[in-house]
Design a protein around this ligand. Structure first.
Ligand SMILES: NC(=O)c1ccc[n+]([C@@H]2O[C@H](COP(=O)([O-])OP(=O)(O)OC[C@H]3O[C@@H](n4cnc5c(N)ncnc54)[C@H](OP(=O)(O)O)[C@@H]3O)[C@@H](O)[C@H]2O)c1
Length: 265
């Protein structure tokens, strides 16, 4: 597994498993023990922190080798509620620290929530902090008042909307971009896309693998979700081939900069 170093010196795996709508403890254990997943992405909103906590307890991999992300959201709004939420997530996950905690989306009082994240960081309850779904303006506003620069901004990113401009700004200040729905959640017929399939044939890889490799080749962390063992295997089997410059340029052509999920920059 390859890693990227965050702005606090901590390593994050370039490929992880997103578990929105994936509530099967056995699959999560298999993904960790048998397939090599180390980064698991949940959120308080998904309602499956406890399931993930059970899987972490059951799996054979040492806690220090895992990278667990969760997110605080609407019902946790406000400084005090966010502090309480972090404590609650630690209990749900049965952990004494969380590797990365994000503000799930920009809220009016997001800056107060962020202060609670900064304090949790100082207390050792979380190792890294960041945001999700922040556009350039929202990110720059946060930079104006935060003490700790977000380690990560998790946003919609896939071959059809690669977020190049946003990534440039994030990189300038030291924040890594992480892609949610890196397979576009199957939209736009991505798994049958001609360009991705043709490139995949050269390397004996599927369109999905090419789409994920494109993102990690551009220094974007990916957290594809699958509840199917064969597809889980595919999605992490990305490190025995490289896309060349021409491949990357061809895939660039798929990017039309439009959200497939109604988010606006
Ligand atoms: N921060 C946020 O606001 C936010 C928003 C959305 C998502 N997320 C995170 O991002 C994760 C992934 O996003 P997502 O689940 O929306 O979309 P995704 O990972 O882009 O796509 C998942 C879909 O693709 C299918 N799939 C997965 N691998 C495949 C493969 N190799 N070949 C063919 N089909 C494949 C899955 O079906 P099967 O399960 O049947 O394989 C599922 O229908 C979520 O689980 C969550 O952790 C975060």
């Amino acid at each position: 597994m390859e890693n990227i170093i965050l702005n606090n010196g901590i390593k994050i795996p370039t490929v992880g498993l997103g578990i929105y709508n994936l509530n099967d403890e056995d699959i999560i254990v298999k993904a960790i023990d048998d397939l090599g997943y180390r980064l698991i992405d949940t959120a308080r909103m998904y309602g499956n922190e406890e399931i993930l906590g059970n899987a972490i307890k059951r799996c054979k991999v040492k806690r220090e080798e895992l990278f667990i992300t969760t997110k605080v959201y609407g019902p946790d709004r406000g400084y005090k509620n966010t502090k309480r939420a972090i404590q609650n997530s630690l209990e749900n996950l049965k952990l004494n620290y969380i590797d990365l905690i994000l503000i799930h989306e920009p809220y009016k009082d997001g800056n107060e929530m962020y202060i609670a994240l900064e304090e949790a960081l100082a207390e050792g309850k979380v190792k890294s902090i960041g945001v999700s779904n922040y556009n350039k303006e929202q990110y720059l506003n946060l930079l104006d008042c935060c003490r700790v620069i977000p380690a990560v901004n998790q946003v919609e990113a896939h071959v059809f909307n690669r977020r190049k401009e946003l990534q440039k700004v994030l990189e300038k200040y030291g924040t890594i971009m992480e892609a949610w729905s890196p397979l576009a959640a199957g939209k736009n017929n991505i798994f049958k896309n001609k360009i991705l399939q043709e490139i995949g044939e050269k390397y004996k890889k599927t369109a999905a693998q090419v789409a994920l490799k494109y993102l990690i080749s551009n220094k974007i962390i990916v957290i594809p979700k699958s509840a199917n063992i064969e597809r889980l295997r595919q999605n992490i089997d990305l490190f025995d081939f490289e896309l060349d410059k021409k491949d990357l340029e061809k895939i660039d052509e798929l990017d039309n900069g439009i959200s497939l999920f109604g988010w606006y920059d």
